[in-house]
Design a protein around this ligand. Structure first.
Ligand SMILES: C[S@@+](CC[C@H](N)C(=O)[O-])C[C@H]1O[C@@H](n2cnc3c(N)ncnc32)[C@H](O)[C@@H]1O
Length: 230
């Protein structure tokens, strides 16, 4: 994390990620070159027709920040009746998910490598999503970085525009103070209603992620938060 970013981002939007290319394995590099044209969707500042992108009409679930994509691939594989659109900025993660799509022969998963906030604003049509997954978003622990947290009232308002009535928004985190923040932000959005009295039981479709396993080892709890769009 770069402590000078407060000064350098003064005239730029505050982003929820710092783009570090990271080390790409040969398989990930190859996947970006050869599989992105097949399973990737290029970022564009025009609306995307999701049914055309997937070649069928089916429930559409969008995931923000899939990391290495293990949960994304597991969920898509277990729910062939749904279409999944995964968004991630991190190159090695995108390469990893592309390889899993190929290895599992998944036809119901597409990938966009770009800032999800811009994808939502420009590419996703109003009332077009049946669900949104945000699993273990970066907690940005330091108070001075809390403004970088992905889940903020503005993002939730944007998501509400894109969610269909009756659809769901599911977040999970292993950082208690972020969980409290997420619960408060979602509860304050009048177009959403909580599916539970507070935190939700972990829905069966969400597998344990690497981040979650690490958190459990560190003795952290895990909080699922599931709201429905009115
Ligand atoms: C802590 S990781 C969690 C990854 C994964 N969901 C998991 O549970 O293992 C958060 C991920 O969100 C991605 N991310 C953060 N902000 C993003 C944004 N605005 N658009 C796309 N990806 C984003 C980061 O690159 C990172 O890979």
């Amino acid at each position: 994390m770069n402590d000078t970013d407060d000064a350098t981002t003064r005239h730029r939007p505050i982003r929820s990620f710092v783009l570090r290319q990271g080390r790409m394995s040969n398989a990930q590099t190859r996947a970006l070159d050869t599989l992105m044209p097949r399973w990737g969707i290029a970022y564009q500042e025009t609306r995307l027709d999701l049914d055309t992108a997937f070649g069928r009409t089916a429930p559409k679930i969008l995931e923000i920040g899939f990391g290495m994509g293990d949960s994304t691939a597991t969920i898509a594989s277990a729910h062939p009746q749904n279409d999944y659109l995964g968004i991630e900025v991190h190159g090695p993660g995108v390469g990893s998910l592309l390889n899993q799509i190929e290895a599992l022969s998944l036809t119901n998963l597409r990938v966009i490598q770009h800032d999800a906030v811009e994808v939502l604003k420009h590419m996703i049509a109003p009332a077009s999503l049946d669900g949104v997954h945000i699993f273990f978003p970066d907690p940005w622990h330091k108070t001075k970085h809390h403004k970088r947290r992905l889940i903020q009232p503005e993002l939730v308002a944007l998501l509400c525009e894109k969610l269909k009535p009756g659809s769901y928004l599911h977040a999970a985190t292993d950082w208690q103070e972020y969980a409290e923040h997420i619960l408060a932000v979602l509860a304050a959005e009048s177009r959403l209603t909580n599916t539970a009295a507070g935190y939700a039981p972990k829905p069966d479709y969400r597998p344990l992620t690497k981040f979650e396993q690490r958190g459990i080892k560190l003795g952290h709890g895990v909080w699922d938060i599931v709201f429905r769009k009115i």
